[in-house]
Design a protein around this ligand. Structure first.
Ligand code: XIL
Length: 318
């Protein structure tokens, strides 16, 4: 049995991967991504983001957004949808002008009604709000926060609920895994939703981690449990564990395997951790080298589609 089958047998709902829309022409890539023994869930890496689906005000386009959802539907895979209210990959027509509160609330509501409406019935989870916290635990100074304060959080979730009552609605962020100031802020964000009566179902831990500095399985599980204690589900939504120096030694590849096993193991240890999604599965296609220069080889398969030691570690922990 492969990753998704093992994950399901171990009590998770899925083991999944992100797919970039530009990679669907690579048949070797697509045959592994479509193997439901390996991946029970897909998420589009970019296609559903604001700049892609509403590049100009009132002009909605789902050409790239639909690519991965169609693959998932064909294969019978769970679809996670990503993402609605986010400061990044946000077109300038939204980010670079000043709005009144009423205007920006309406911009958010129109966007979410259209996008969530377009995918109604297809998204098992929506990452409704992405990355509202800063590294030091402060609020990220996005146009959304700067104009609406924390009201943009319930505004977004209520709009998503209205457009697709059956989708699970998630808050998603990175560097929550280290259980420091940013984690405190994310816990507060969950409480803001709950106090406002907004329908939050889960918190996504992106899991963009670094080989050798990944917390232990117990530390990770303790952090996840701080969230599930508030009554929300958790998942790893964008897992990749990068080598900070390239190329990795054999020792570093083994450490990467241990780190992956700790992350996946921590999800198994926490009752309401529902699944693990890797942010791509092969080093042939990964955002890591372009975003963190000098780093790389963060995924489970190498660039030639050979399974790495990390693959074996994940499959043994499951
Ligand atoms: C990244 C994609 O992988 C890249 O292709 C793109 O250029 C930038 O965005 N957090 C998120 C993801 O929520 O949407 C980001 O994806 C990675 C960080």
């Amino acid at each position: 049995a492969q990753l998704n089958s093992l994950a399901r047998a171990a009590g998770l709902e899925y083991f999944g991967t992100a797919i970039g829309g530009g990679q669907t022409g690579d048949s070797q890539y697509m045959s592994i991504a479509s193997d439901t023994d390996e991946f029970g869930q897909l998420v589009p890496e970019n296609g559903q983001k604001w700049e892609s689906v509403q590049p100009n005000q009132g002009q909605f386009n789902y050409d790239s957004g639909d690519i991965v959802p169609n693959v998932a539907a064909r294969n019978g895979q769970i679809l996670r949808c990503h993402t609605l209210t986010w400061h990044s990959q946000l077109p300038r027509w939204v980010s670079s002008r000043s709005w009144s509160r009423e205007e920006l609330q309406s911009v958010i509501e129109v966007h979410i009604a259209n996008v969530v409406g377009h995918y109604k019935g297809k998204c098992y989870h929506w990452d409704v709000v992405n990355e509202a916290a800063e590294e030091d635990g402060g609020w990220r100074g996005s146009v959304f926060y700067n104009t609406l304060g924390t009201d943009f959080l319930p505004i977004s979730f209520n709009a998503a609920k209205a457009a697709d009552p059956d989708a699970g609605l998630w808050y998603n962020d990175y560097n929550l895994e280290y259980n420091q100031e940013k984690t405190e802020r994310a816990l507060e964000i969950v409480q803001i939703f709950q106090d406002a009566g907004a329908p939050i179902d889960g918190v996504g831990f992106q899991g963009h981690l670094i080989v050798g500095t990944t917390p232990t399985r117990d530390q990770l599980a303790d952090t996840l449990r701080r969230f599930t204690a508030l009554g929300v589900d958790v998942a790893y939504t964008e897992l990749d564990i990068r080598h900070a120096s390239m190329p990795p030694s054999d020792q570093a590849l083994a450490t990467q395997g241990d780190d992956y096993a700790n992350v996946v193991g921590s999800c198994l240890d926490v009752e309401d951790c529902v699944g693990v999604t890797v942010w791509g599965y092969t080093d042939k296609y990964s955002w890591v080298p372009g975003t963190f220069p000098g780093s790389g080889a963060a995924l489970l398969w190498d660039e030639n589609f050979n399974k790495k030691p990390a693959y074996t570690s994940v499959s043994s922990v499951l």
